[in-house]
Design a protein around this ligand. Structure first.
Ligand code: AMP
Length: 404
């Protein structure tokens, strides 16, 4: 059932508690903490502007970092205040408490169109425990709850879920967009529907593989998890590439399901291999590409897909009308091993007739690094939350919102 959003509820002059994702990177400069990337703050502006258009009294809350239930000066949300104020063109007030007398007094004193930011929700021990007392204290500040923190929606915390037990609760505009692309769009995709999955571990992605095999026409598997599939299908040796025996039955189940459902499952046909790997120094030893059908020798490991795999995958991507991508094709953090991932990003960007959805985490980083972000239909802001949604799981921060 679709969830209620800002247009389904009366917000005029209401005190609205908005859970946002202001989990921004901070850096110390001249003894002061400053925000070094504004993306997450900018992402909340459509919701905040819609609320301001209703003359709502806006109370913002978010977590930042992992302060473990205690105040920690390096993880205060105070540095967000000047940034948000500048972006909105309005003064932004700050409460040095998340809940309590100061928060309450400031929330109750808000006038229509004013904005208050509460201190880091994770300074409260009750936040991650989803403590009903904290949920109630947050709810007492407001008359309506808006959840716009998609990236935290897979967690059942007080500020993401518990508070909705005590207030009418609806989606913000960012949350609504995430659900539209990562959920609704995939229920009835324009076909062919091509799913690209990469990343390190078969075990992390199996839920997504299994679910999307039920929806897709083609599933492309790259990254570290592809080697287990190559061993099963081609019987090649893997050297010291990423592989675990316990991944074999999982990969086999995916191969069987693809065959049963008539889904094309594409795996790499070549690889960039190296004889030395230093992730921290971002360096590889000797490298070369394997030929089609060639195994990976003892002591070497696969770190990227090769040019023949790029050709194979790009041809499928070019035919697609819907593409969803989660997970890099190789160790893209190391420039020498980033080509396969960037080539696939180019192939996705080049398909102007498909809806192209970048489903979170490292593929988002890769697309941004390749400067192709503005060529994609939608880029998710969630990591774990995107993955869980793609697996078909119900997210606590969404389940708690009112249905239309
Ligand atoms: P995930 O978080 O599961 O999407 O995995 C992303 C990580 O997988 C990135 O840090 C990549 O460096 C890593 N990765 C991708 N391909 C490989 C590979 N062939 N060998 C080792 N790690 C890989």
């Amino acid at each position: 059932m679709p969830k209620k959003t800002l247009t389904d509820i009366d917000l005029h002059h209401k005190r609205v508690l908005v859970r946002v994702d202001f989990n921004v990177p901070l850096e110390e400069k001249d003894g002061k903490m400053v925000v070094t990337d504004l993306t997450r703050i900018q992402e909340t502006l459509p919701t905040l502007r819609a609320l301001l258009a209703q003359q709502a009294k806006i109370i913002l809350c978010s977590h930042l970092g992992r302060p473990k239930g205690k105040p920690c000066p390096k993880q205060t949300l105070a540095p967000v205040v000047p940034v948000l104020s500048e972006l909105l063109g309005l003064p932004v007030q700050f409460s040095s408490q998340t809940v309590g007398d100061e928060a309450k007094a400031k929330a109750l004193a808000l006038q229509p169109g004013e904005v208050l930011l509460l201190e880091n929700t994770r300074f409260e021990a009750g936040e991650e425990a989803n403590d009903p007392a904290l949920s109630r204290a947050l709810a007492e500040l407001a008359e309506v709850f808006v959840n716009d923190a998609f990236g935290s929606a897979h967690r059942a915390h007080s500020s993401t879920a518990g508070v909705a037990d005590h207030l009418p609760a609806v989606c913000g505009l960012l949350m609504q967009k995430e659900l539209a692309y990562l959920h609704d769009e995939l229920e009835a995709p324009q076909r062919p529907f091509v799913v690209i999955l990469g990343g390190a571990k078969v075990s992390d992605k199996i839920g997504v593989i299994q679910r999307l095999l039920e929806k897709a026409d083609t599933v492309i598997i790259g990254g570290g998890m592809a080697y287990t599939f190559r061993k099963l299908v081609e019987g090649i040796t893997l050297g010291k590439s990423l592989y675990k025996p316990e991944w074999e039955p999982i990969a086999q189940a995916a191969l069987d399901k693809a065959r049963e459902r008539g889904v094309k499952l594409l795996i790499p046909v070549d690889a960039m291999i190296t004889d030395a790997f230093d992730f921290d120094a971002k360096k590889l030893g000797n490298t070369r590409y394997t030929a089609v059908g060639e195994g990976i020798p003892e002591g070497w490991e696969g770190v990227d897909i090769g040019p023949e795999s790029v050709k194979l995958f790009s041809a499928a991507i070019a035919e697609a009308r819907t593409v969803i991508w989660n997970g890099p094709m190789g160790v893209f953090e190391i420039p020498t091993a980033a080509k396969g991932t960037f080539d696939i990003a180019e192939a996705v960007a080049a398909n102007g007739s498909a809806k192209t959805i970048i489903g979170g985490g490292d593929s988002v980083k890769a697309v941004k690094k390749a400067k192709l972000g503005d060529k994609m239909t939608f880029i998710s802001t969630g990591g774990g939350a995107s993955l869980e949604l793609l697996e078909g799981k119900e997210l606590p921060g969404v389940a708690c919102l009112q249905e239309k």
